[in-house]
Design a binder for this molecule. Sequence first.
Ligand SMILES: [Zn+2]
Length: 343
Amino acid sequence: MEIEQILERLCAVGGPSGFERPAVLAARELLEPLMDEVWTDRLGSLIGVRRCGKPGAKKLLLDAHLDEVGLIVTGHKDGFLRFKAAGVDARMLPDREVSILTDPPMLGVVACLPPHVLSAEDREKAPEVKDLFVDAGLSQEKAERLIPIGTPMVYRAELTRLGERQVCAKSLDDRACFAALLRAAELLKEAALDVDLYILGSVCEETGGVGAQVGAQALAPDFCVAVDVTFGRTPDCSKEEALAMGGGPAVGIGPNCARWMVKRLLDKAAGLDMAVQKEVMEGNSGTNGWDMQVANEGVATALVSVPLKYMHTPVEVVELSDIEDTARLLAAFAQGLGEEAAQ
Ligand SMILES: [Zn+2]
């Protein structure tokens, strides 16, 4: 399946932290044909394994999170919904469309005052979540009945092409990277492996990484690669702070990254004649890699990132070639890994 089609399916469903089930089900359907066994753990993370068949084989875990940023209904006022936000910036919210995750989902819009009635002072002020409402077009009685407190909501946005090589959607953080893991597993389908390959579609990254923490603890991998998005370059950000769109995957360098794994990733990219970028992370990487490296007696960890513009908005943008190259790099990294690690 083409990466764009995979993304269409993964991004079409809503799965904010703690409510990932629809995203996990969509991901599971795509993962199952590529693995020997697929299951979900107690927290709801998706796990697949492809065993290499060698006794005592080491384990490689590739992780991408399946949750996305979102909102949760906290109350009703005159039919409008009050909410709290997880990972969503209030500046992004006024006049957005949201998908209210009832069964079936309903459309909502974030209420906003027209500029005509705002005071000059209010026009300058950034809104706060506590002052915002979602309008589902319902009476108070219906809103309370159909959309109870605790109902999650996500941005509503279909995947669309942006120019020739980029796509735009909600939740590309981090489903673009889960698509890369699926593609890597597909590239490895006929290949002989000397490690057992685990794929983890983790829950609850946006709220602190517990899905990856529990996954790595339970699976006890010898090595893991956290695959997540990083800041893609736009004219308004400095070159040092962001990475080039279409410049290839970014290999993390810093205390979260085992140096031999960094070298192996860079060597494999050179062997594939693939452009890669280096991303220095001088402390906590802010990814699942930080949580996974301390599982059990420690896990040798690497970070590979896909540049993404407009993180945590409904118009997240990635370049398709960066996803494909991430997949090719991970597949090359996995092949023969057992042999290198045994040395
Ligand atoms: Zn992410």
